[in-house]
Design a protein around this ligand. Structure first.
Ligand SMILES: Cc1ncc(COP(=O)(O)O)c(C=O)c1O
Length: 403
């Protein structure tokens, strides 16, 4: 771009980086026959194309006066009603839920509501870079807390908060992905969720709970969300705001999600939405509402689970079959990702360069750590996009590179 224009960039624009994951996705698209475990892409086989095509046509023809008109910034009331029934929270006030343009949009508004440049957000490490980028765009400083098998470690969260607050550092919120975390696939058990909320209550710091994968559970029982625990056990809805998404259960191209939290947080988030998107896409919102109301979503989620469960099983089996004994990995009960650790000083950024030559891709672990704190012996594998056959083939290719 013309230098004279760059000269005018705001500080935030000038410091903004391209997303590595987007770049690698672009690269993988140019390599014919590549097996990609890189993106967090749902399988196109999971998109309910015919049902959506017929609903879009019906919504435009029968409800077009409404759905082609400007909508409200907090979202379509019909969709809110459908979500409340689907989520089994019919008692929720309309001012406690807002529809967003994907969950990233909700995460951004939440951050925009609470963060001034230099303020601190506590997050898990490794962390999901999409949210980190949205938060950094608001000027936030991310402070990572290490995870064990169950996610963020409570004792470390407490000591981190104690240290920061004793130095009068402006800690604004705690960001967690408690279920099938991106990138590790780890899930917080009930006791861990309660422990994290207890600390949030003790230090009076709210939690943002990011839950895009909750419905994609392949094994074990559903666990109550932190948002619900805060309402029902702690009797304090202010403690947790939840961001959810239709990206993984309907299609990311629809750009639809929702946030639910206390009105004191949601009202300013909606004020931000008025300035940024005006409203989410009204026709898409109504289509999603009808999809849920006509009972398609429950059936559709089951179809996705039936599609992804064998892929997860294939990936775990392929890792077991082909990986050398100095490699270990997580056992996700849902979601889309497995996190692999090479217990040897092997740099996965370099490994990726070699893997691309063998037509297989993953995301190196370093991309999920704050700058300067990168761990280089790990990588993330996605199992929702490739077929079972490709999964076996791709994992064998990576294991050969390691050998
Ligand atoms: C943990 C997490 N949060 C948020 C998102 C963003 O989802 P959306 O498409 O709803 O913006 C993703 C997408 O991959 C994700 O993995």
């Amino acid at each position: 771009m013309d230098k004279s224009v760059k000269r005018l960039y705001s500080k935030a624009t000038a410091s903004m980086k391209h997303s590595f994951i987007r770049q690698i996705l672009k690269v993988t698209k140019t390599i014919p026959g590549i097996i990609s475990f890189a993106g967090g892409l749902p399988s196109p086989d999971s998109f309910p194309k015919e049902q959506l095509a017929s609903l879009f046509s019906r919504v435009i023809l029968n409800e077009g006066d409404d759905s082609l008109q400007y909508g409200t910034s907090d979202g379509d009331k019909t969709l809110k009603k459908a979500i409340k029934l689907f989520e089994e929270v019919p008692f929720l006030g309309n001012d406690e839920i807002m529809i967003t343009v994907g969950s990233t949009n909700g995460i951004y508004y939440f951050t925009r509501t609470l963060i001034d440049p230099g303020d601190i957000i506590i997050c898990e490490v490794p962390a999901f870079p999409g949210s980190v980028a949205a938060m950094e765009a608001c000027g936030a400083k991310l402070v990572g807390v290490a995870m064990d098998r169950q996610g963020m470690i409570p004792t470390l969260l407490r000591s981190t908060l104690k240290t920061l607050l004793s130095k009068k550092q402006p800690v604004k919120f705690i960001y967690v992905i408690p279920e099938f975390q991106n990138p590790t696939g780890k899930t917080m058990g009930l006791a861990r969720r309660r422990a994290i909320i207890r600390i949030a209550e003790e230090f009076n710091i709210p939690i943002l709970e990011d839950q895009p994968y909750r419905e994609l559970r392949y094994h074990g029982k559903r666990i109550i969300t932190m948002w619900e625990i805060a309402r029902t056990e702690f009797n304090d809805p202010k403690l947790v705001t939840i961001a959810k998404s239709f990206s993984k259960i309907l299609g990311p191209g629809l750009r639809l999600g929702f946030s639910s939290g206390p009105p004191d947080i949601l009202i300013p988030m909606i004020k931000w939405a008025q300035k940024v998107t005006v409203s989410p896409d009204c026709a898409t919102q109504r289509v999603a509402a009808r999809f849920i109301q006509e009972g398609h979503l429950t059936q559709h989620i089951q179809r996705i689970i039936d599609l992804y469960r064998p892929r997860r099983d294939a990936m775990l089996k392929a890792l077991e079959t082909y990986m050398p004994d100095y490699v270990s990995w997580t056992q996700p009960k849902g979601g889309m990702f497995v996190w692999v650790t090479i217990n040897k000083p092997i740099n996965t950024d370099t490994l990726l360069e070699r893997a691309l030559k063998r037509k297989v891709a993953f995301i190196p672990g370093s991309k999920f750590y704050p700058e300067g704190r990168e761990q280089c012996n790990e990588f993330r594998l996605n199992f929702s996009y490739a077929s079972e056959e490709q999964i076996f083939d791709g994992i064998q290719r990576i294991s050969r590179l390691l050998a």
